[in-house]
Design a protein around this ligand. Sequence first.
Ligand SMILES: [Fe+2]
Length: 313
Amino acid sequence: MQKIGLSNLLAPVSSHEFLNSYWPYEPLFIPASENKLQEIFSLPQLQDLESLVAARLLKVRACLPDFDDEYSSIHVEPKDALKAYRNKMTLVFDQMQTQHPTIAEALKNIRADLGLVTGGAENDLCRARSIAYATPGGCGTRLHFDANANFVIQIKGSKRWRLGPNESVDNPTERFTTGSEEMPAALEKQCHAPLIEELPEGSMEILMEPGCVLFVPRGYWHETMTDEDSLSLNFTFSQPTWADVFTKSLQEVLLQSPEWRELADGLEGTDQDRKNKALARFDFLVKNLASDLPDISGQQLLIGGGLLRSSEE
Ligand SMILES: [Fe+2]
């Protein structure tokens, strides 16, 4: 059987063109073409919602109708999922890569083709995952943006999408849904302009039909609506930042030193003398590190931190 990777997912657009002209910032809609992704479309559990539910081992998220956003959801047993669906609740099937090796394999290959860093199984920076969405007709997702990048394959039915660039924040590390009462504190610090409440007229509109593929970049505004029942399969990737890569590799390197493994003692508390000593100790370590940094290359840091393999190995 053919190995599914980025090039099969995006065909007839080449991986090279995608990585040069779209990834990671520009959305891309690819209309359906014949015989594409047959390995996925022929999976028995993706033939209809009933089959997907019957094959399901884990719980399913059912989105509450009060706030049409997947993060306002409850976990239900697979046996209760269809009842929730008939009550107009969108179903979210997390961890689809555990449902079938074909999906797991595709996810792994796409991540590798994108060149996304993981940093190892523990605290995986990329958190590649596959999610299926079953949306009843007449439902949708309100306007939001995600902190991760998404590749959507429409499996059954159709879904209308509207998308627009985010002019308020570059490279957000948090998702945001319009109408939310609170904005994550980290996001508030990242925004350089107020967030929009609706997409402007003339925004990009797409009809996803079976076989269509859509790339939704991190931070890109989108909302969806279904006129009929819809089933889609996503491949989702967190977006490891330079800050993530730096802090993770630096932590690994620092933990090789007994001084940096010392207890950060006395930082909090009422004893001002202990606190001053703690601050002085930390300042000493930071200044020492700063004086070492000019001699350390990014590559050395990554290798020391286990995020990059030495080319000599
Ligand atoms: Fe989204």
